[in-house]
Design a protein around this ligand. Structure first.
Ligand SMILES: Nc1nc2c(ncn2[C@@H]2O[C@H](COP(=O)(O)OP(=O)(O)OP(=O)(O)O)[C@@H](O)[C@H]2O)c(=O)[nH]1
Ligand SMILES: [Mg+2]
Length: 209
């Protein structure tokens, strides 16, 4: 192989077949083209590393959570089984390890044993957790977790939520209700909504977002 138009065409097609998305594939190839020209690259073997570099740069940014207000809130959402509870637990452990006072809210009141699952994470992280009975209103759990956070001087509230598909209206309404509770109880607080996605999902992740 040599570096020519057909190589770029083939690469673009491969990227699209790999579920990268047409616009992004074109952007990647455009960037690759200009870097090859700029650096005077002639060896096609160097392309793989250049691709890696370009994709890594595109994915960079947005890693930092803004959690300055006291308390601030992290809401963990996403479709079923993507790792929300695990993420909530790990984040609790990490922030607590950084010296922050963290409280977990078990706002997945829907799935069987979801509350107990988060409880295990809370114990591991050594942080308190607010729970209600299974089947109760998740917005009420969030309300009580915020209430407890205020009275105990907590830094960060992390709420786990039930898995939901983005096309289920009543479940999306439930999320809006949770969001309204946060805005009402903690106006102007730093609020991070973490959408947990399975890294193998591909383009469907865009609909989920
Ligand atoms: N390989 C891998 N597995 C993970 C990761 N995060 C979570 N899991 C596993 O994925 C499964 C589901 O994780 P949960 O944290 O329960 O996911 P969830 O989104 O809370 O699930 P629901 O509450 O049922 O919607 C568990 O078996 C986890 O151990 C990850 O980053 N990598
Ligand atoms: Mg869960």
């Amino acid at each position: 192989t040599k570096i020519d138009e057909s190589l770029f065409d083939e690469l673009e097609e491969l990227l699209i077949l790999g579920d990268v998305g047409a616009a992004t594939a074109a952007e990647i190839c455009g960037e690759l083209r200009s870097r090859i020209k700029q650096r005077g690259v002639t060896d096609p073997a160097e392309i793989r590393e250049m691709l890696r570099e370009i994709v890594a740069e595109m994915l960079r940014g947005g890693e930092e959570l803004t959690l300055s207000t006291r308390p601030s809130v992290v809401l963990v959402i996403g479709v079923n089984g993507t790792g929300k509870t695990t993420t909530a637990g790990k984040l609790a452990a990490r922030l607590s390890g950084q010296g922050k006072k963290v409280i977990l809210g078990a706002a997945d009141t829907f799935r069987a044993a979801a509350i107990e699952q988060l409880e295990v994470w809370a114990q591991r992280a050594g942080v308190p957790m607010i729970r209600h009975a299974e089947g109760s209103d998740p917005a009420a759990v969030v309300f009580d977790t915020i209430d407890a956070a205020k009275s105990r001087g907590m830094d960060v509230v992390i709420c786990d939520t039930a898995g939901r598909l983005h096309n289920k209206k009543n479940l999306m309404d439930e999320l809006s209700k949770i969001s309204r509770v946060i805005d009402r109880e903690l106006p102007g607080c730093d609020k991070e909504v973490l959408l947990v996605l399975d890294a193998t999902t591909g383009q469907n992740a865009v609909s989920q977002a």
